[in-house]
Design a protein around this ligand. Structure first.
Ligand code: ASP
Ligand code: MG
Length: 407
C-alpha cells in the first residue's frame, strides 16, 4: 500500500460539517487503498484568536514558549475531532500531537525549524490499519517544550512527515484548486498550472503567492517530496510540485507573483565611497531587518549618491529609526520612506535558456507608462518595484505579454 500524506488547511476543517466532509474524503481514499497520514491545521480563524489573546497579555512577546503553548492548541482540537468523525463512520484512527508524532525542532519559539522526525509511533498506528492524524504547526524543542513552526507551518509539518514516511506524495488540500499562473482575483484569465518545479514554487511562495508556506517548499525540494496542491471542496486534480525532470514541456515564464508587503527607503546624500553600503546595511541586519532590492544611483557631482532599497512594510518605521540612530557614522542628508510600492515578479526555469525575458518585462511596463523603481533578478526570476496603484495593471499586462492568458 502506498503511503500518502494529506494535509487539510483551516478552511477545510473550519466547522464540524467540514470535518465530517474531510472524514468522508479520507474514507474514500482509504477504501481505494491508500495508507494515510493526515496532518491538520486549526479551524480557520482559531490561530489568530489565540495569538490575539496572548498579545493582550504580553504584546512585547516576553514569553515565547508559553506563546507557543497557547497558539499550538488549535490543531489539537481538530485532530481529535477528525479522529472521532472517522470512528463514527467506521474508520479506525488515532490522533498525535507534534511531540507524540516525534517531530523534533530547534528551540526558536514562534518559528522553529524541524530537526528530525522519529515517525515510529505514527508508523505503528498505520501498520495496525489506523489513519494517523497529526497536529500540524507544532513540534518539541530540545528542552522538551512545545514549539510552533511559523504561520502557515502545517504545510511544513506535512511535507516533513511525508519525507520521514517516504510517502509517495504529499497532498495539500486547501480552498483553491491549485497554483495559478497568477492571482485569479486579479487576472480572470489566469490558468491553473499542471506541474511546477520546486524552484519555481519556492520563488512563487517567497515572492507573494500564499498557497504554500515557503519553508515547506524548501523541505520538499531538499527531500524530493512530490507535493500536490488541490481543493478539498471538489475532486479535481490540483497542481503538482515536482523536480524539473518530471516536466516535459516548460514555458519560459511559468507564473507572476506579487507582494504589497514592500516599502522603499531612499538614503539621500551619502558619500560615494567604499564602505558606505556596509555602514548602512550593517546596523539594519543587526536589528533583524531584511533588505531585499538594492539600487545605488550616482550623483551628477560624483561625490554624493543615493541608495534605494526595500524592506517589508512592517519594518519601515524601525528601519527609519535605525538609520537615524546611525546618522553620524553613515553620513547622509535625509531618509525618504515610502510604503506605497509593490513588487511584481515573473518566474520560470525556462529563463535560464532564453534571453529577452527581462526585456519583454521592461518594454511591457513602459508601454503602459509604469515606472520601475528598482529591479532584482535571479537565474529564474525578474522582480520589479512599482508604485502600488499600478500593481494590477502591471500583472495583467505581463500575463498577456508572456502568453499566459487562458484561451
Ligand atoms: N494554524 C496555523 C496558522 O494559522 C498553522 C497553519 O494553518 O498552517 O498559521
Ligand atoms: Mg496555509
Amino acid at each position: 500500500m502506498s503511503i500518502i500524506v494529506q494535509k487539510y488547511g483551516g478552511t477545510s476543517v473550519a466547522d464540524i460539517d467540514r470535518i465530517r466532509a474531510v472524514a468522508e474524503r479520507v474514507k474514500r481514499c482509504r477504501d481505494r487503498g491508500d495508507n494515510l497520514c493526515v496532518v491538520l491545521s486549526a479551524m480557520a480563524g482559531t490561530t489568530n484568536r489565540l495569538v490575539g489573546w496572548v498579545n493582550e497579555l504580553d504584546a512585547a512577546g516576553h514569553d515565547a514558549a508559553e506563546h507557543d503553548m497557547v497558539v499550538s492548541t488549535g490543531e489539537q482540537v481538530t485532530i481529535g475531532l477528525l479522529a472521532i468523525a472517522l470512528r463514527t463512520i467506521g474508520v479506525p484512527a488515532r490522533s498525535f500531537t507534534g511531540w507524540q508524532a516525534g517531530i523534533r525542532t530547534d528551540g526558536t519559539h514562534g518559528k522553529a525549524r524541524i530537526e528530525g522526525i522519529d515517525a515510529s509511533a505514527v508508523r505503528v498506528a498505520m501498520d495496525e490499519g489506523r489513519v494517523a492524524i497529526v497536529a500540524g504547526f507544532q513540534g518539541i524543542s530540545p528542552e522538551g517544550r512545545v514549539t510552533t513552526l511559523g504561520r502557515g507551518g502545517s504545510d511544513t509539518s506535512a511535507v516533513a512527515l511525508a519525507a520521514a514516511l517516504e510517502a509517495e506524495r504529499c497532498d495539500i488540500f486547501t480552498d483553491v484548486d491549485g497554483v495559478y499562473t497568477t492571482d485569479p482575483r486579479i487576472v480572470a484569465k489566469a490558468r491553473k498550472i499542471e506541474k511546477i518545479t520546486y524552484e519555481e514554487m519556492l520563488e512563487m511562495a517567497s515572492l507573494g503567492a500564499k498557497v504554500l508556506q515557503t519553508r515547506s517548499v524548501a523541505v520538499a525540494m531538499q527531500h524530493g517530496v512530490r507535493v500536490q496542491v488541490l481543493s478539498s471542496f471538489d475532486e479535481n486534480p490540483g497542481t503538482l510540485v515536482v523536480s524539473e525532470d518530471e516536466i516535459m514541456e516548460q514555458n519560459i515564464v511559468t507564473g507572476i507573483a506579487y507582494s504589497r508587503d514592500e516599502a522603499r527607503i531612499t538614503v539621500v546624500g551619502v558619500k560615494d565611497r567604499p564602505g558606505i553600503a556596509a555602514a548602512i546595511f550593517g546596523p539594519l541586519s543587526e536589528n533583524g531587518i531584511n533588505v531585499d532590492m538594492i539600487v545605488q544611483s550616482a550623483s551628477r557631482d560624483g561625490v554624493s549618491a543615493a541608495l534605494t532599497f526595500t524592506v517589508s512594510r512592517a519594518d519601515l518605521p524601525r528601519a527609519e529609526r535605525v538609520l537615524d540612530e546611525h546618522r553620524e557614522s553613515i553620513g547622509f542628508d535625509r531618509v525618504i520612506g515610502d510604503s506605497s510600492v509593490a513588487k511584481v515578479s515573473v518566474i520560470g526555469v525556462g529563463m535560464r535558456s532564453h534571453a529577452g525575458v527581462a526585456h519583454t518585462m521592461f518594454e511591457t511596463l513602459s508601454r503602459r507608462g509604469i515606472n520601475i523603481h528598482a529591479i532584482s533578478t535571479s537565474e529564474i526570476k525578474v522582480s520589479v518595484l512599482v508604485t502600488e496603484d499600478y500593481t494590477e495593471l502591471a500583472i495583467r499586462a505581463l500575463h498577456t505579454a508572456y502568453g499566459l492568458d487562458a484561451a
